[in-house]
Structures are given as structure tokens and as C-alpha cells.
Design a protein around this ligand. Structure first.
Ligand code: SF4
Length: 295
């Protein structure tokens, strides 16, 4: 309760994103985060309403701009736990240019993407993660594009924590988000999160019995980048009926931590620079200088 606001979510009944609110609440509670210190940013879309339901500082930014807003917060207040919640269209289309750069710079940000594989708020258009052949409101003959492999891209971009989970598995999701929050550096969790109102393909029913835990069932070690990239290259195999029995997932959707590595964060490098180039004694220090420009 400590981490929830008194505003009730306005999502449709059965929306997968409810599971993300529950998992975030559990993860914050396990991590004993101070709710008056957490900042959450989001963009535009159904999932981007999420900070409103939480007891935290929330910034509902412009479409696709949740990550740069979070970067600003990290630079101004590096002691603030910073969580970004977003949808697949928001982050991987409109805000796509921010993703690889925030990842490679290793800002200490947790990014949770609710991936329902289409744009829901604007009533069912294809997004970058929509299946080939998906029939949205603007392409009734089916999507002619192939979906974007976000897990492979995140690892290749330099993200230091990359995972996938499912909103219908509260335990796995809460544990994965908790591990992401604990991680020092850029942590990306892609959450398979059904939209029962519009997407009639990637449903809870579809995912039932079609998930495979790469850490528990396949023994994947997230510190092994080569193995992580190899697994990541098969993330979308289940979209293809011809790959139904193909290794390593045999037609299932992988969940778990693909990649995790310790690396100096951008904020730590800034702190080192500030120390190295500190103004001479008697002069105002960097924080005093910067304070002049803050509202
Ligand atoms: Fe959730 Fe879909 Fe409803 Fe949006 S339209 S609130 S994603 S179920």
C-alpha cells in the first residue's frame, strides 16, 4: 500500500499492465525503497499512465521522451532511484533514438517496457514489436514488416542488464524487476503484457504453457555474453510456425535474465570528473555553481 497512490487504474479489466503495477510494488517493498525518493517517468500510451497509480514522483513526459527525462533526473539527483515505465510503441518507435544511447552510457535507470505488441491507446495500430501478418486498424491485410528483436538490440546497445518476463507470472515478474532495480546501471526488462481489448493473438491464453525460463530450465548464465546473444537471436522464433520444434526454445517464448554485467555507471564517471576538476578551495564547488541554474 505504501507504494500505491490513492488513484485507481483506469485500464480495461484484464489488462496485462495490472500485473506490472503489482510487481513494481512488490519489488520496491522488497528493496525497502523510500517512496518519497523514487522518481518514475513515462511517455504516452496506456502503460505510460502507470506512474499515476504509484506513490512516487511521477513525470508523464511527451511521447517517447521518458528516457531523456530520466537521464536529466539522474544527472541532477543521482541518489534518486529512477524507474521508467513505457510501452513498446513509445520506446521502440517514437523514442527509439534514446534507447541505445541511454543503454551504452550505462545510466543507473530501470526501464520496464510493457510489450503488448501494438499501439493500444490509439486503438490498435501495429508497433515495432507486432507480429508479421498482425491485422491492426490501419493494415487490415496484415503487417508486412517483421518485428523488432528488442532483447538482441538491448544487449548489442550495451545495456548491462537485459531480461524478459511476463505479466501473467507475478512471481517471476516481481523477482525480475527487483533484480533490475538492484542492478547498478541500465537495466531493461521487456514484459510480455497482453492487451485483451485489441490484441486477440498475443493473449494470456496464448502464453499459457508457451513460456520457458532460460535460467531455470536451460541453465543460462547471464554473465556469458556470447550465450546471451545466441539465445537472444531466437527470441522471436515462436512467431514462426516453421520453427515450432526448433532449438533452443521449441516454439516457446523465453523469459529470464539474458545478460548481466557490472560496469561503471555514467553517474560514477561524472562524480569522478567533478572530483578531478574541482574548483580551487575558497571558490564555489560544482553543486553550488549548478544550483544557480536549477529552478
Ligand atoms: Fe490495457 Fe489494452 Fe485496455 Fe490499453 S486498451 S488499458 S493496453 S487492455
Amino acid at each position: 500500500k505504501e507504494y500505491r497512490s490513492d488513484i485507481e487504474p483506469t485500464w480495461c479489466p484484464g489488462c496485462g499492465d495490472f500485473g506490472v503495477v503489482t510487481a513494481l510494488t512488490k519489488a520496491f517493498s522488497e528493496e525497502k525503497l523510500d517512496p518519497t525518493a523514487i522518481t518514475m517517468t513515462s511517455g504516452i500510451g496506456c502503460s505510460s499512465r502507470l506512474p499515476l497509480w504509484m506513490n512516487a514522483f511521477g513525470v508523464h513526459t511527451a511521447h517517447g521522451r521518458a528516457l531523456p527525462a530520466a537521464v536529466g533526473i539522474r544527472l541532477a539527483k543521482p541518489e534518486t532511484p529512477t524507474i521508467v515505465t513505457a510501452g513498446d510503441g513509445d520506446i521502440f518507435s517514437i523514442g527509439m533514438e534514446h534507447f541505445p544511447h541511454t543503454a551504452r552510457k550505462n545510466f543507473d535507470i530501470t526501464l520496464v517496457v510493457m510489450d503488448n505488441r501494438m499501439y493500444a491507446l490509439t486503438k490498435n495500430q501495429t508497433s515495432p514489436t507486432s507480429r508479421h501478418g498482425y491485422k491492426g486498424s490501419l493494415n487490415p491485410y496484415g503487417n508486412i514488416e517483421d518485428p523488432f528483436n528488442v532483447i538482441k538490440f538491448a544487449i548489442a546497445s550495451g545495456a548491462t542488464f537485459v531480461a524478459q518476463s511476463y505479466s501473467g507470472n507475478p512471481k517471476h515478474l516481481a523477482e525480475t524487476i527487483q533484480a533490475a532495480v538492484e542492478h547498478k546501471g541500465f537495466a531493461f526488462v521487456n514484459v510480455l503484457s497482453p492487451c485483451p481489448t485489441f490484441n486477440k493473438i498475443d493473449t494470456f491464453k496464448y502464453y499459457k504453457g508457451r513460456l520457458i525460463d532460460i535460467n531455470k530450465e536451460l541453465g543460462h548464465d547471464p554473465s556469458d555474453m556470447k550465450a546471451a546473444l545466441e539465445l537472444a537471436s531466437h527470441v522471436l522464433d515462436a512467431d514462426n510456425p516453421e520453427l515450432e520444434d526448433a532449438e533452443p526454445f521449441k516454439g516457446k517464448r523465453p523469459i529470464g535474465i539474458f545478460y548481466k554485467v557490472e560496469k561503471e555507471t555514467f553517474e560514477e564517471r561524472v562524480a569522478k570528473l567533478k572530483e578531478k576538476f574541482a574548483p580551487p578551495s575558497g571558490e564555489p564547488d560544482w553543486d553550488e555553481i549548478l544550483a544557480k541554474y536549477r529552478p
